[in-house]
Design a protein around this ligand. Sequence first.
Ligand SMILES: C[S@@+](CC[C@H](N)C(=O)[O-])C[C@H]1O[C@@H](n2cnc3c(N)ncnc32)[C@H](O)[C@@H]1O
Length: 314
Amino acid sequence: MKKWVHEQLICPQCLEKAVPLDLTVREAVAEDIIAGEMTCPDCGGRFPIQQGIAVLLPEKTRTILDDRGGYNTPAMLSAYLWSHFCDFLGDPKATDAYRVWSKSFQPTDGDALDVGCAVGRISFELAATHHHVIGLDTSIAFIRKAREILSRKRLDFDLIVEGHVTEARGFTFDATRDFDHVDFIVADALALPFRRRAFATVAAINLLEKVPDPLKHLTEINRVLREQTAMFLFSDPFSWDEAVSPPERWLSGNGNPQYSPRGIDTLRRLFSGEYEVFNPPLAICDDGDVSWKIRKTANLWEHITSQYLVGRRE
Ligand SMILES: C[S@@+](CC[C@H](N)C(=O)[O-])C[C@H]1O[C@@H](n2cnc3c(N)ncnc32)[C@H](O)[C@@H]1O
């Protein structure tokens, strides 16, 4: 974890009190802390930094780290690395999804947060226009790879062809790209370890349907997003799954008369200030559908339509 990240953090278990964390550094390479610990002087919570990766998960959700399935498998790593960087890899089947999502980023004096960043593509794009960029995710495998790309300015990985047959893929980022002001941490979208109003820009792409409490996820974004000169990039396919969140928490598609039948319509209403989820409200300045592909194997693809809104506060 880069040293500047510590200044941005508060205890994820004491969000109301916004308690800064005490830092102990055991090993560092220049500005990067390789081993250490952060502790909360209020609740006593301990947040380790191991092999450069800071874990800011509340202790009650720390069991996520033991998950060797889902987003921590080599298969998911291959799938998301292709999905995020297929255009850099020169793949003829590449999509322009991440370029479409990134087109709304504008130069700002502030910092950016990429919630559910996976292997980091949106954070790398935010780096061009923001002072500091933090990507966070609950998958330690994704964060490890994102940090490796960051430090090497290069991606190398094994792309799954089928079964255990893989092909080596890689590319080097343009040397002019400066990534010193980008970092990635393990943290939970439902307990963002940052102060109120800390970020000029927040991106949350394809995450809403993946969290157990979608409304809490949005209220957390409202908490950390600046009140003025701020932007929120939201996108989701709204493919709700009972295995992830109970239907009564879905923001559409569950017959709840409070919400619209289609998720994108509920989100428009929430952006405009309904139920005070976003306070101040967000003015929608762009919207649309993004064709997004996840490549599982050479013959197995997920084709997804992700619906996005760009909201601003002047
Ligand atoms: C569908 S993927 C989308 C990734 C990326 N934003 C993109 O669009 O390519 C969902 C991501 O959210 C992460 N995730 C799931 N639950 C999370 C949570 N509670 N907090 C932070 N990240 C989470 C997963 O590990 C995964 O990387």
